[in-house]
Design a protein around this ligand. Structure first.
Ligand code: ATP
Ligand code: MG
Ligand code: MG
Ligand code: MG
Length: 466
């Protein structure tokens, strides 16, 4: 059986043999786009090459890009632990053509790789194209010969891509794997598609047009290709398991987490969340993000604290999260030397963050448990969410995670009212020139130093709403 590492290598080799330059993964902090929270696709490091602003000595490239989709436009944090296919951190395998080959070769390569290199049975694959893209439909149906019963045309929501409101854009074609009738879910484009039976594995984007501010689209002189396939999803298929969390790499990470929890051999949703989160946290820190109360640092803090809360739920009563860095380096350090190099730093940062949060976690959980025990409706009051946030350092989405597990919802409006009142207090207090820096937020452990968190607080809501 092919390991995740073998599959990654097989992909890069396949495209390298077909004239693609192998390019290393770029940082999770995008160097070329301050509006983007994290690198969330393989094409991010090539944006300027696609628009023609940057020239490279090659017109074909391939990479395995580390990606984070937590916060920002693509936010999969709420899916983790609930679907078989979403991670906060994942690796995106991609091949790229910068005005070189177009639809025909891109589709051919993808099919050849899936059916001949990793040998997926064609009758398990399902293909979608953009509803107006007859050219791509012809290539699939006539050239490749895919079964018309396993082929569909899809609207713009899923199958039309654009870089922004203006600029390069174009139709996509996607390849799904059918995990079989024992799994619930319907084919793409049907109302049942959200199930886990048909899992999207590869997206091929054809950058064909340049959209201008008035919405008109002119054909690009040299159309390009951008593809992305989740390594973990492909590994699940190749290794014959249904969930990404059952692949080799995750089995070992879950095993390591289970051992720390004194539950060797077990597998449950909290262990899976922890295994997912250690990857995002370790790679973010290795790329220079530190837990803080705003922006990228706050997304990291939220992920770390969520993981720690799941550890608490499993009954782990010691600082534990940083101890997963070592098994992670064993799994991924060879492919990502920057992780190996940053290892001690990553451990230190995680250890400190957990030590700090552990001072309030237990009390906060007690407050939450007591509140829930006395509620008459399945709705957590805004005041509780606010106290947890302000006094105990519980990001709102952490409280929401607990609520969801237990079938409660949050009183968001009530919470916002408390936040607004706090901002108001901070504004009037600031006339006395006190220190209300955002950095001080959260660290406040007594009720009143919490006033400082006005700035970070606004951001919490913004993140929470996405
Ligand atoms: P989905 O519909 O399953 O959320 P997507 O359409 O958002 O996926 P794309 O933006 O097309 O995904 O990204 C290309 C590929 O990256 C996907 O086909 C999938 O294999 C992988 N991928 C996307 N999001 C995730 C994630 N959160 N975790 C793991 N792999 C992912
Ligand atoms: Mg998605
Ligand atoms: Mg999709
Ligand atoms: Mg997609």
């Amino acid at each position: 059986m092919k390991s995740s590492a073998d599959i990654r290598q097989a992909f890069l080799n396949f495209f390298s043999e077909r004239g693609h330059q192998v390019v290393s993964s770029s940082s999770l902090v995008p160097g070329n786009d301050p509006t983007l929270l994290f690198t969330n696709a393989g094409m991010v490091q090539f944006k300027d090459v696609f628009t023609g602003r940057e020239k490279r000595p090659y017109t074909r490239a391939t990479s395995s890009q580390r990606c984070v989709r937590a916060g920002g436009k693509h936010n999969d944090l709420e899916n983790v632990g609930y679907t078989a296919r979403h991670h906060t951190f994942f690796e995106m395998l991609g091949n790229f053509s910068f005005g070189d080959y177009f639809k025909h070769d891109a589709i051919r390569y993808a099919w050849e790789f899936l059916t001949e290199v990793v040998k997926l049975p064609p009758e398990r694959l399902w293909v979608t194209v953009y509803e107006e893209d007859d050219e791509a439909a012809d290539i699939w149906l006539k050239d490749v010969g895919v079964d018309p019963n396993r082929f569909s045309r899809i609207g713009a929501k899923d199958n039309f891509w654009s870089m922004g409101d203006t600029g390069p854009c174009g139709p996509c074609t996607e390849i799904f794997y059918d995990h079989g009738s024992e799994v619930a879910g319907g084919p793409p484009g049907t109302p049942e598609e959200d199930g886990d039976r048909y899992i999207e594995i590869w997206n091929l984007v054809f950058m064909q047009y340049d959209r201008s501010a008035d919405g008109s689209m002119t054909p690009l002189p040299a159309p390009s290709v951008d593809t992305g396939m989740g390594l973990e999803r492909l590994a699940a298929v190749v290794q014959g398991v249904h969930s990404n969390y059952e692949i080799d790499l995750f089995r070992r990470l879950i095993g390591a987490a289970a051992e720390l929890a004194g539950r060797s051999g077990e597998d449950n949703s909290s262990l899976r969340v922890i295994a997912d989160h250690i990857r995002a946290c370790a790679f973010l820190i290795a790329d220079g993000v530190y837990p803080s109360n705003e922006g990228r640092g706050y997304v990291l803090r939220r992920i770390v604290r969520r993981a720690i809360r799941h550890g608490y739920k499993l009954g782990i009563d010691k600082v534990f999260f940083y101890r997963l860095v070592s098994p992670l380096v064993d799994e991924m350090g060879a492919a990502y030397p920057e992780l190996t190099a940053a290892r001690e730093q990553v451990e230190r940062v995680l250890q400190q963050e957990e030590e700090r949060f552990r001072e309030t976690l237990e009390q906060g959980m007690k407050l939450l448990d007591e509140t829930l025990a006395n509620l008459t409706e399945k709705r957590i009051p805004g005041e509780t969410i606010f106290r947890l946030y302000d006094t105990y350092g519980f990001p709102v989405d952490l409280t929401n995670d607990v609520a969801r597990e237990r079938g409660y919802e949050l009183d968001e409006v009530g919470f916002e009212a408390h936040m607004e009142a706090q901002r108001e207090r901070a504004r009037s207090a600031s006339q006395f020139k006190a220190d209300y820096s955002a950095a001080a937020a959260f660290e406040g452990r007594s009720e009143f130093t919490g006033y400082d968190s006005c700035e970070g607080g606004g951001k919490v809501l913004a993140l929470y709403r996405e």
